[in-house]
Design a protein around this ligand. Structure first.
Ligand SMILES: *[C@@H]1O[C@H](CO)[C@@H](O)[C@H](O)[C@H]1NC(C)=O
Ligand SMILES: *[C@@H]1O[C@H](CO)[C@@H](O)[C@H](O)[C@H]1NC(C)=O
Ligand SMILES: *[C@@H]1O[C@H](CO)[C@@H](O)[C@H](O)[C@H]1NC(C)=O
Ligand SMILES: *[C@@H]1O[C@H](CO)[C@@H](O)[C@H](O)[C@H]1NC(C)=O
Ligand SMILES: *[C@@H]1O[C@H](CO)[C@@H](O)[C@H](O)[C@H]1NC(C)=O
Length: 404
């Protein structure tokens, strides 16, 4: 008994100081000027990084202006940035102190948490009207709202990003990062406002989140593995995409991507894989699971497009050299705004291999005079289980005889 007590006390004595000494920094106590937290945040970040016990930086409720912030680790202990209020960018992107930089960048940190229920407001309504990058190569590049690079074992939760001037969030060169209850909100007509762009990393999770934007909900670049996108609602926007890939020869493989229990509402695509034809890269895209997806008036619920060639930027003569394999598509249901509910436009030189298709129940809800839902199959090797409505690859398995 006595001994147990002593052990308990000893453990208690060891544990208590750790939690009790967690340092909390409220930015208001560090030089906020007229609601501008730019200088205060940088100062407090440095202090917090230097704490030997877990530290927390709090941006309290209220509306704050942040001109730009480059927040860099390492830290001595886990650090949490708790954003309770709304952090607004300046309306004019030309006023960014460092015009090459993003708005908020968090680099080289491990054990980081971004939390608090607050909002990052890119304040981009004016900037969008000036964005002509789709037609002007020398356009001004608008900043990305939140950029995470080289971060490990970190969590971004209960945060909203709103009206970004460009991609909302970039997550690059990182490991084991989770976005949970993350919300992206921008109007459907806002240009190039991808929700999350993720690439070059291992172990990215996007769960329990809502992404409404003008471009891709989540877009995945190369050198990526172990991605889980689960319980996410997408739309409006372009849906979840892998790619486009293949344009540059140095691109590396994409593998183990799971998209599960997601709902797509009025989006252009559900899940789309795009690779460039007539392009040098030979990476592999493998081990993909698209399961339990609910489509509501989605234009292309599932599409593999290996002839992705927007604005005639490439030639279609040479097939894509990217091998797509081990794709499981299971329990996809709902409605499609176009007739081809599943599209496999795979490469003639590298047909899609080991595609497993389970239950599909997709209805076409566009112009009824066109007929019912169909699927489109080119260069795909698949096996099916369960029930498919519409039947798979009916067009290609029973092609019309060519006129003599
Ligand atoms: C970092 O913390 C140590 C004590 O833990 C202190 O001596 C040092 O001055 C701090 N450095 C900065 C830059 O604040
Ligand atoms: C993240 O993990 C990688 C691989 O283990 C390591 O090389 C890198 O230094 C880590 N970065 C940080 C900021 O801890
Ligand atoms: C991933 O990161 C989370 C959050 O920091 C951490 O709790 C977990 O242990 C990490 N997982 C691995 C395998 O390192
Ligand atoms: C699927 O997602 C919905 C909506 O996000 C959620 O309510 C439900 O619990 C999820 N189901 C599973 C099995 O995770
Ligand atoms: C269905 O999607 C199409 C194309 O995105 C759109 O024009 C139409 O308004 C949507 N219908 C409904 C009922 O939302």
């Amino acid at each position: 008994m006595e001994q147990n007590h002593l052990i308990f006390l000893a453990i208690f004595a060891l544990l208590v100081p750790l939690s009790a000494h967690a340092a909390t920094f409220d930015i208001r106590q560090h030089g906020v000027q007229n609601g501008d937290i730019t200088a205060a945040l940088l100062k407090v970040w440095k202090l917090a990084c230097n704490e030997s016990t877990p530290a927390k930086v709090v941006i309290p409720k209220g509306e704050w202006t942040l001109k730009q912030a480059l927040l860099v680790g390492p830290t001595k202990s886990p650090l949490e940035l708790q954003v309770e209020g709304t952090v607004k960018a300046l309306a004019d992107p030309h006023q960014l102190p460092n015009k090459e930089g993003e708005w908020v960048t968090i680099n080289y940190i491990s054990g980081f948490t971004l939390s608090g229920g607050g909002t990052f407001d890119g304040n981009a309504k004016i900037a969008w009207t000036k964005n002509d990058c789709h037609k002007n190569k020398n356009c001004m590049k608008l900043p990305i709202n939140l950029s995470f690079n080289f971060i490990n074992n970190s969590i971004i939760k209960d945060i909203t990003t709103k009206d970004s001037k460009n991609f909302h969030v970039n997550l690059i060169s990182s490991r084991n990062v989770t976005f949970q209850r993350f919300r992206v909100s921008a109007p459907a007509e806002s240009p190039n406002t991808d929700g999350l762009h993720i690439a070059r990393g291992v172990g990215y999770n996007i769960i329990d989140s809502i992404i409404e934007t003008g471009d891709d909900c989540v877009s995945m670049g190369d050198e990526l593995s172990d991605v889980l996108i689960k319980n996410v609602r997408c739309g409006p926007g372009h849906g979840i995409s892998i790619g486009s890939l293949g344009k540059n020869i140095q691109e590396k493989d994409v593998s183990r991507i799971t998209i599960d229990n997601c709902t797509f509402i009025n989006s252009d695509n559900g899940v789309r894989i795009k690779t460039w034809p007539s392009a040098p890269a030979t990476l592999k895209i493998t081990d993909l699971k698209f399961t339990n997806l609910n489509m509501v008036n989605v234009s292309n619920p599932i599409i593999i497009d290996q002839q992705y060639c927007p604005w005639n930027l490439c030639s279609l003569d040479k097939a894509s050299l990217i091998q797509i394999s081990k794709v499981k598509i299971e329990n996809i249901k709902g409605t499609s705004f176009t007739q081809d509910v599943l599209i496999f436009s795979c490469s003639t030189s590298k047909p899609c291999q080991d595609v497993q298709i389970g239950n599909i129940d997709l209805r076409f809800t566009g112009d009824p005079t066109l007929g019912g839902a169909t699927t489109k199959c080119q260069n795909v090797k698949y096996v099916s289980t369960g029930k498919q409505n519409p039947p798979l690859c009916a067009k290609s398995s029973a092609p019309k005889p060519l006129p003599k």
